[in-house]
Design a protein around this ligand. Structure first.
Ligand code: C2E
Ligand code: CA
Ligand code: CA
Ligand code: CA
Length: 273
């Protein structure tokens, strides 16, 4: 039994070592990903619940790794944040998305995810300003999505940075709303331009009366604060019907459109095309 235990401990250590090596290798590859043009952007449509009109597109990063294939963002973004590669990567996303959107013949908004690491970096305000100048994108068409956790770490500094970004004319959305442990505190501390209701609520809104009551309460909260609410992760017509009944402003999810490369996203034609 002892030998077996020893073996399993040894195996455990080897596999941990393997995992660590694999992470290190991936982190190294991440630094090259921008230069080697392995990153691409997908766009997912956001629509008005009342009219069905397109209001904007969320920009979602994809990494085509030469050996591992498509690495999903949930796997590499935390790693990029840890090793600092999120700074060049995030800059590339912002520039590429703004340049792309500036070439559209329709004035849709783009919503770009901003990592807490990017926000904590003092240069973010000048970076956003520089990219807007460079691409000529109307600042009103850029929305930055941040999660609640972003403003918990160094609250005063984060809020100051957000105020400076807003002063550029860019809007700020709070992402994954309702999953943090201080959602109300988050809303109290900053005048967000949009609340993005986390997709986990949609998974339960049909069958769970409590989830539905919470959704209703968040929509009422948005209404009394005059902040529009967008529901994420809408996959079924029934969910969309509920959102319509409850007066939700916008929706995003597979039912309305999957994230796809810009060429495959209906309703957008670039000037070049
Ligand atoms: P997120 O910001 O909450 O983005 C929404 C995620 O939900 C996306 O996953 C999207 O593909 C997925 N989704 C959209 N509609 C549905 C639906 O109807 N059902 C379900 N089950 N899922 C849906 P994705 O693209 O895998 O991105 C995962 C996360 O990675 C994002 O979550 C965001 O936190 C992060 N991320 C993606 N791109 C970037 C980026 O450029 N910068 C940063 N910092 N983070 C990013
Ligand atoms: Ca988001
Ligand atoms: Ca989200
Ligand atoms: Ca998220």
């Amino acid at each position: 039994a002892k030998a077996a235990l020893g073996q399993s401990v040894c195996f455990y250590e080897v596999s941990m070592d393997e995992a660590a090596r694999s992470r290190r290798a991936l982190a190294n590859d991440l630094w090259d990903a921008v230069e080697k043009r392995q990153l691409t952007l997908h766009y997912q449509v956001q629509k008005s619940v009342m009219t069905g009109d397109v209001t904007g597109y969320e920009v979602l990063l994809r990494w085509a790794h030469p050996e591992r294939g498509m690495v999903p963002p949930n796997e590499f973004i935390p790693l990029a944040e840890e090793c600092g590669a999120i700074l060049p990567i995030g800059e590339w996303v912002l520039r590429e998305a703004c340049r792309e959107a500036a070439s559209w013949d329709r004035q849709y908004k783009i919503a770009v995810n901003l990592s807490p690491v990017q926000l904590a970096n003092g240069d973010i305000v000048s970076l956003v300003q520089a990219i807007l100048d460079e691409t000529g994108l109307d600042p009103k068409r850029l929305e930055l999505e941040i999660t609640e956790s972003t403003i918990i770490d160094d609250k005063e500094r984060a809020l100051q940075t957000l105020r400076e970004i807003k002063a550029l004319g860019v809007t700020i959305a709070v992402d994954d709303f309702g999953t943090g442990y201080s959602s109300l505190e988050t809303l109290r501390s900053f005048p967000f331009d949009k609340i993005k209701l986390d997709k986990s609520f949609m998974w339960e809104v049909e069958g769970n009366p409590q989830a539905k009551a919470i959704v209703r309460a968040i929509l009422a909260l948005g209404q009394s604060l005059s902040v529009p609410v967008l529901a994420e992760g809408v996959e079924t017509q029934k969910q969309l019907d509920i959102l319509q009944e409850e007066g939700c402003d916008e929706a995003q999810g597979y039912l309305l459109g999957r994230p796809a490369p810009i060429g495959a996203v209906i309703g957008v034609r670039t000037q070049a095309a």
